[in-house]
Every structure is written in C-alpha cells, then in structure tokens.
Write a protein that binds this ligand. Structure first.
Ligand code: URA
Length: 232
C-alpha cells in the first residue's frame, strides 16, 4: 500500500492532509522521516506520525443502544446521527445495519463491512427482530386475540403490494406489546399497528437475529465479539 493511503486509513487525516503531513516530514518509516507519499510499504515496515505508531484496523462491528432523537443517517440533517455517538477514528465509515426511526430506540448494529451488512439485511435471510411497542389505545380481550391472529396471518400495509410476513404478537399488558417480525419494511411496526386501528407511541428494539441488546445503557455502544460477528 502507498504511504499516503496507509496514513489516511490509520488516522483522521484525509488523503490530501496525509500527503501534507508526509511532506512536512511528520511521518517516519522504520524510524526515518519519509517525504515520498507514493512510497510502497512492505508488511514489516513500521510507520509513525508525530511519534505515534500507526496500524491498520480490521473491519469493525458494533452494537449501539440508540436513544430517540438520533438519526440512522450518514448525512448531517436535523438530528444528531448514530455515528455522532461513537468515539472512534474514521467513524463515518460505519453504516447502520438497517434502520430505526428517529422516534424509535434500541438495538442498532453498525459496521464498515458491506458484505456482513448485506448478509443481515438481505430479505432472503429473514432474521427475527423484536420490538417493544407502547400503544396509544388499550388492546385486550377479543380485540387482542384478533390482532394476534391478524399479525400471525400477515396484514396489508397501505401502499405495499404484499401483506406482511407472519409476525408474533404478545401482549405484555393492555398498552404494551412485544412484536417479532422478520422483515424490515419502512416504518413497519408503526404501520402494522396502524393497520389494526391503533397507534405506536414508543418503540424500542431489543433483538436482531441472534443478538440481544441486554443491559447496554441508552446511548452506549460496544464492539461485537468474534462469535457474535460470526453468528449471522
Ligand atoms: N418499525 C418501525 O415502525 N419503526 C422502526 O424504527 C423500526 C421498525
């Protein structure tokens, strides 16, 4: 790999800032200042920038407990973004795996590994996702039974050609539901409850595939273990 690319991959510097740092002799290869940005590095070369040893990091895999009011977007908009909560170099390379609405909270996976992301979001895989929903209107008795049956069967969503895949609805009490779905359509959970005449006031995701949020505090993130990464 070229020296300027290596420096930009391993620091906050863009490629052109890396070139400038190299020109200013801030970068050493094997202890000697190196001013040739195009120098090709060997596997055993050591590179420092202002005395700090630089090393390539592998692909990164994280889980975040997204608070409400945070957007799953790479672009700056009205709200802070998920990557703004993560204090890591080159954080803009991390993409959310799927989406959670700005008004929803809970488990969101983040990665810079496009193949892994695709493996999880591909509709063919049908990984379960579990949501806790707080409802605006009570749902109990025969009405709850009907909702459970309708979701198990699949409901028609406004504007979608196909009904939803079978989903499991469990009423925790009259206002709180646990819903397991295996798709990731736009605003799916909110639209499913709208389809049965209710309204979701709060939505929190606790599980994606084999991974559970557990006791990760709101706004916190952690790296996934190798086993967790391989579990998809
Ligand atoms: N379904 C929704 O309606 N919103 C989300 O954020 C996720 C699933």
């Amino acid at each position: 790999m070229r020296l300027d690319r290596f420096v930009s991959e391993t620091t906050e510097l863009t490629r052109s800032l890396a070139k400038r740092a190299i020109m200013r002799a801030e970068v050493c290869v094997n202890g000697e200042p190196e001013k040739r940005a195009a120098r090709q590095l060997n596997a055993d070369d050591t590179v420092t920038w202002n005395g700090e040893l630089l090393a390539l990091v592998g692909k990164r895999y994280l889980m975040l407990n997204k608070p409400t009011g945070i957007e799953c977007s790479a672009r700056r908009g009205l709200y802070p973004r998920t990557i703004d909560l993560i204090d890591l170099p080159k954080v803009e390379r991390l993409n959310p795996v799927g989406r959670l609405d700005v008004d929803s909270s809970g488990l969101i996976l983040m990665t810079d590994d496009g193949q892994w992301l695709h493996r999880i979001t591909s509709p063919k895989k049908a990984h379960p996702k579990v949501y806790l929903a707080t409802l605006a209107h009570p749902l109990s008795g025969s009405e709850a039974e009907e909702a459970i049956a309708a979701f198990a069967e699949g409901v028609a969503l406004d504007g979608d050609e196909l009904p939803t895949r079978p989903a499991e609805l469990v009423m925790l009490d009259d206002y709180h539901a646990r819903l397991t779905i295996t798709e990731g359509r736009y605003h799916q959970v909110r639209r499913m409850f709208a389809a049965i005449g209710n309204h979701v006031e709060a939505l929190h995701r606790t599980l994606v595939g084999p991974l559970e949020l557990g006791d990760l505090a709101e706004g916190d993130w952690r790296e996934l273990t190798e086993q967790e990464v391989a579990s998809f």
